[in-house]
Design a protein around this ligand. Structure first.
Ligand SMILES: CC(C)(COP(=O)(O)OP(=O)(O)OC[C@H]1O[C@@H](n2cnc3c(N)ncnc32)[C@H](O)[C@@H]1OP(=O)(O)O)[C@@H](O)C(=O)NCCC(=O)NCCS
Length: 170
């Protein structure tokens, strides 16, 4: 994995040493309005980041790629992530602390990650699953050229009734 620089954000390969700073970023309750919850402790997060440094699923078949987002102020703002499957599909996700929303930073970071997934990891199809209530995430995906996935793909990927599946050919 390599660091990717955009005009306003550096995507740094996530490592255990990011845990202390990211624990503070991920404590923002606004991130969890639609799903998930903040990390239980900084130790838990550090251990999770340490395991993810392998960049691989335990069976070695998937890439598990995580980048933290550093602003020019040197502050961390959130992360972007991708699971790359052997069939050239990547499932993507992203989280930004709410004080950084509404500036196009997520769009800039996710766009850069997608370019890297295509150029370096051979990705040809991108998917994202989100809660249907998460309008901000939906708007972001639509701006990036994602469209609703076919019903057969919803079933194949186990998408829940309260979720949306968005797809983009790379
Ligand atoms: C999903 C999430 C990353 C979206 O963040 P965001 O800041 O709204 O997304 P974008 O980077 O696309 O920014 C878009 C907004 O910035 C505005 N903007 C300002 N300057 C901009 C610029 N230079 N370029 C693009 N957009 C810009 C856009 O008009 C838009 O505003 P709007 O919210 O009023 O429509 C954020 O809400 C988040 O982290 N949520 C919690 C975690 C989460 O739900 N993750 C997804 C799980 S599926």
């Amino acid at each position: 994995m390599r660091t990717i620089a955009t005009a306003r954000v550096a995507l740094e390969p996530q490592v255990a040493a990011h845990a202390d700073e990211m624990f503070v970023v991920l404590a923002d309750p606004a991130i969890y309005e639609h799903e998930n919850e903040p990390p239980a402790s900084v130790e838990w997060l550090r251990e999770r980041y340490r395991r993810l440094e392998s960049r691989r699923s335990p069976d070695g078949r998937e890439w598990w790629l995580n980048w933290v987002l550093r602003l020019s102020s040197s502050q961390l703002a959130g992360y972007v992530q991708a699971t790359v499957y052997p069939d050239e599909r990547a499932a993507i996700a992203y989280e930004l602390a709410s004080r950084h929303w509404g500036q196009g930073l997520a769009q800039e970071a996710v766009r850069a990650m997608i370019a890297e997934l295509v150029a370096t990891y051979g990705v040809r199809r991108l998917t994202a699953v989100l809660k249907a209530t998460n309008r901000r995430s939906l708007r972001l995906l639509e701006r990036l050229g994602f469209a609703p996935g076919a019903p057969e793909l919803h079933a194949a990927l186990g998408v829940e009734p309260d979720e949306l599946l968005m797809v983009r050919e790379a």
